[in-house]
Design a protein around this ligand. Structure first.
Ligand SMILES: *[C@@H]1O[C@H](CO)[C@@H](O)[C@H](O)[C@H]1NC(C)=O
Ligand SMILES: *[C@@H]1O[C@H](CO)[C@@H](O)[C@H](O)[C@H]1NC(C)=O
Ligand SMILES: *[C@@H]1O[C@H](CO)[C@@H](O)[C@H](O)[C@H]1NC(C)=O
Length: 478
């Protein structure tokens, strides 16, 4: 009897331990014109039962808010720092002492350092091929020097495009031929240093870039177009993709290297396949899938993952597509976009951010009297869209049903809100006017901006300056 209860006790504490170590994480990006206060975000993360957070840099406000939060942190080093970190051990030491040791001493629970962010993406044309590994080595060296190498592990978040399978079967997986040697060098280094491989997996992008991609294969409810690989049939792309990596690792002698899913998610706007329904279906399907603890056929164990992403970011580059600014589980102002049960809260739904401060209930719209033939319209719309955010306009987006006037008003309002409802930002050659009547319709939300905290006054000045210079330019051309 005694033995049974001891064994049961040990198993129980092991389970609790496992539970604590895994848990779901969130990516917290800050490429936004009006970030929520970091303390508000940390509170929101905790109330939602997130256990981990992944950052793309080591911004001071963010790091300070994470002190004593209990959240496990993966802190990031942006790609543009790789070159200096690759060539200067001194820079690596300084980075570790400023952005790691100092915060750890302050009670931030940092577990990983992400060196670069998807540095081998093909769109970067090889810009970071020479610098990523030496930067990784130098950061690891600096961790050792600081006495942190047992507590903090290095990794490089990579896009799933670093490996592939010519046949489409996971068992034929290997690293991309143009970077295979480099990948093996990095993988060996991670393995030698008891570190982890981090991969970002995006079924949405497969659907976005290939109109013949079977939609149901992107989700988790089974698919008629599954991939048969020996005795295994894959019915969702996530499992097949992750196992392609596991096979690539195994084949090259690293079958046991731990793997983290650094980013996984689905955007809600900016493309016909980016909508609330699909995002909800994907993320809930993913959560249900990993909550079984069964992992994938090649890695039948708990999956360690960070959802991408927590909050929409209105200043992300839209070069990859208009959906880029809409990956958030939350809107810019901290509202959950849809019902999602992370399995971490009593209510089983996402908790909204608390105490959000908004600007006035004022919108900027096209003056009703303006003739749509007005020759000045086109330039004002382009200006507004280039400097604010029109990614919710277009075919099958949340504001795709607006008429021409609605479209123009949307652009004007976006610019006006981004510039903190500055009167000058609702000028547009006298074609615009403010209103207290909410122009939102159906799924199309004409937002009101939140009040920025002092930390971002820099950005307001910047936009003010660009507005001023364009006004000057107008004068010059007249
Ligand atoms: C610390 O991180 C921040 C944010 O990524 C960066 O701007 C800064 O240069 C880093 N500090 C050092 C000493 O490298
Ligand atoms: C990569 O090359 C293409 C074509 O030469 C170019 O259009 C693009 O701007 C380059 N991207 C980067 C990040 O250098
Ligand atoms: C509204 O703007 C979007 C994006 O510029 C465009 O695709 C769409 O055709 C416009 N709709 C109308 C009715 O003008």
């Amino acid at each position: 009897m005694g033995w049974v209860s001891i064994v049961a006790g040990v198993i129980c504490s092991l389970l609790i331990l496992i539970d604590r170590v895994s848990g779901i994480g969130a990516n917290w990006g800050t490429q936004t014109s009006h970030p929520l206060p970091p303390d508000t975000v940390v509170q929101m993360l905790k109330e939602n039962g997130f256990q981990k957070v992944k950052l793309f840099d080591a911004e001071e406000g963010t790091m300070n808010a994470l002190r004593k939060s209990g959240l496990e942190v993966m802190v990031g080093i942006p790609n543009d720092m790789l070159a200096v970190l690759a060539t200067s051990m001194n820079a690596a030491n300084t980075w570790v002492s400023t952005n790691l040791s100092a915060y750890i001493n302050d009670g931030v629970h940092i577990r990983y350092v992400a060196v670069g962010n998807e540095p081998f993406l093909q769109t970067y044309n090889g810009s970071f091929l020479q610098t990523t590994f030496p930067a990784l080595q130098n950061i690891q060296g600096a961790l050792i020097k600081a006495g942190l190498s047992n507590q903090v592990k290095v990794t490089v978040p990579l896009n799933a495009d670093v490996y592939n399978s010519p046949s489409g079967r996971p068992s034929d997986g290997d690293f991309r031929s143009d970077i295979r040697d480099l990948m093996l060098t990095i993988v060996k280094f991670l393995s030698d240093n008891a570190a982890v491989f981090t991969v970002n997996i995006y079924p949405f992008i497969s659907l976005y870039s290939d109109s013949n991609f079977p939609v149901d294969y992107a989700f988790f409810e089974g698919s008629s177009s599954g991939v048969v690989d020996g005795s295994v049939t894959y019915s969702n792309m996530f499992d097949a993709n992750l196992d392609t990596l596991i096979w690539a690792l195994k084949k090259n002698g690293f079958a046991n290297l731990p793997v983290i899913v650094g980013e996984i998610g689905w955007p809600t706007d900016g493309d016909a396949n980016a909508n609330i329904q699909y995002a909800q279906r994907f993320n809930q399907g993913f959560m249900n899938h990993i909550s079984t603890g069964q992992g994938t056929p090649m890695r039948p164990e708990l999956i360690d993952a960070y959802l991408f992403s927590l909050i929409d970011e209105d200043e992300k580059s839209i070069q990859p597509g208009n959906f880029e600014r809409h990956w958030g589980l939350y809107t810019y102002d901290g509202w959950p976009k849809y019902q999602l049960n992370l399995g971490t809260t009593k209510t089983g739904s996402l908790v909204r951010a608390k105490n959000i401060q908004y600007l006035d209930k004022t919108w900027c719209v096209l003056k009703p009297s303006v003739n749509l033939d007005n020759s000045k319209l086109a330039a004002t719309i382009s200006y507004a869209c280039a400097n604010a955010d029109c990614t919710s306009l277009g075919y099958k987006t949340s504001c795709g049903d607006l008429d021409v006037q609605g479209n123009i008003s949307y652009a004007f309002n976006s610019y006006y809100q981004k510039n903190d409802q500055d009167d000058v930002a609702c000028g547009f050659e006298n074609l615009a006017t403010t209103t207290n009547k909410d122009p939102s319709t159906g799924t199309c939300r004409f937002g009101i901006m939140i009040i920025a905290d002092s930390g971002i006054s820099r950005q307001i000045e910047y936009h003010g300056a660009s507005l001023l210079s364009s006004v000057l330019l107008l004068f010059l051309t007249l």
